[in-house]
Ligand binder design. Structure first.
Ligand code: CDP
Ligand code: CDP
Length: 229
């Protein structure tokens, strides 16, 4: 199959990263979790008490941020490094999740992240998930997915995931965080979450991960076959 770009966008906890990782591994592509980049920047801002409403402070802080993805063969996944530190797990904490959408709405932050994301896609052969990947980062991507799932199901799935790591987390906290982020992400001025033009819409409410993966792989192969015809 010729090297293409596959994008996945949608609300929080629709199963984007889970599907993106599996697609990348199946096709032998790079996987980039763009949300992890916004989370890593947020972690840096929180740790260094950067006021993200002050654009001068933001511009100065971004000069000190180096983000890299490295493949971890033990867990067979790419992990994010912030200034040389593996922050793949710490960025999933609710403390970061509570602020990330505010940080991700800042113009300078988006310009910084989008430029980096576009540089990863120069050679194609990439799967990237996020909110604006098919609309802004790679508007010409060969395959664009837009994922959906009912809010109650998304909350349950994310709660289960967070609870396994921290039994103090509550369903209410997770539910309000998802609703809050979905609202900010859909209503911000720059690159709000939208269904990209030409996107394939997949609803993940009633599928297992395996079933959903199979549906998506078949769609990618269908598009690839047309490109090669
Ligand atoms: O995993 P989950 O869907 O909960 O979130 P994520 O993909 O880790 O993204 C965290 C946050 O980063 C989102 O709620 C958005 O505010 C922001 N984000 C964004 O603005 N644009 C992207 N392309 C990806 C994430
Ligand atoms: O990246 P995004 O925030 O869209 O979602 P995710 O982190 O890939 O998935 C959210 C949670 O749903 C994870 O705990 C997945 O294991 C789980 N899940 C899923 O992705 N797909 C299913 N069919 C069932 C559960």
């Amino acid at each position: 199959m010729q090297q293409i770009i596959i994008t996945l966008d949608g609300y929080s906890s629709c199963g984007k990263s889970t599907l993106a990782k599996r697609l990348a591994s199946y096709f032998g592509y790079k996987f980039i979790d763009s949300g992890a980049m916004y989370r890593a920047i947020t972690l840096y801002f929180l740790r260094n008490v950067v006021d993200w409403n002050n654009s001068e402070e933001v511009v100065e802080a971004l000069k000190n941020i180096d983000i890299e993805f490295q493949y971890n063969p033990e867990f067979k996944q790419s992990e994010i490094f912030l200034n040389g530190e593996n922050v793949e797990y710490v960025i999933r904490d609710l403390v970061v999740a509570e602020k990330v959408s505010e940080v991700a709405a800042v113009k300078e932050v988006r310009e910084f992240a989008v430029a980096l994301q576009q540089s990863y896609g120069l050679e194609k052969g990439i799967v990237m998930d996020g909110r604006d990947i098919g609309s802004t980062v790679f508007p010409d991507a060969e395959v664009k997915f837009f994922l959906e799932a009912d809010l109650a199901v998304r909350v349950q799935r994310r709660f289960k995931e967070l609870y396994e790591k921290n039994p103090h987390v509550t369903l209410e906290e997770v539910s309000s965080n998802l609703a809050h982020r979905d609202y900010i992400d859909s209503n911000r001025e720059i690159s709000p979450l939208r269904k990209p033009e030409g996107a394939i819409i997949l609803d993940n409410t009633n599928y297992t991960k395996d079933e959903f993966f199979k549906i998506a792989v078949d769609k990618v192969k269908e598009v690839a076959a047309k490109l090669e015809a």
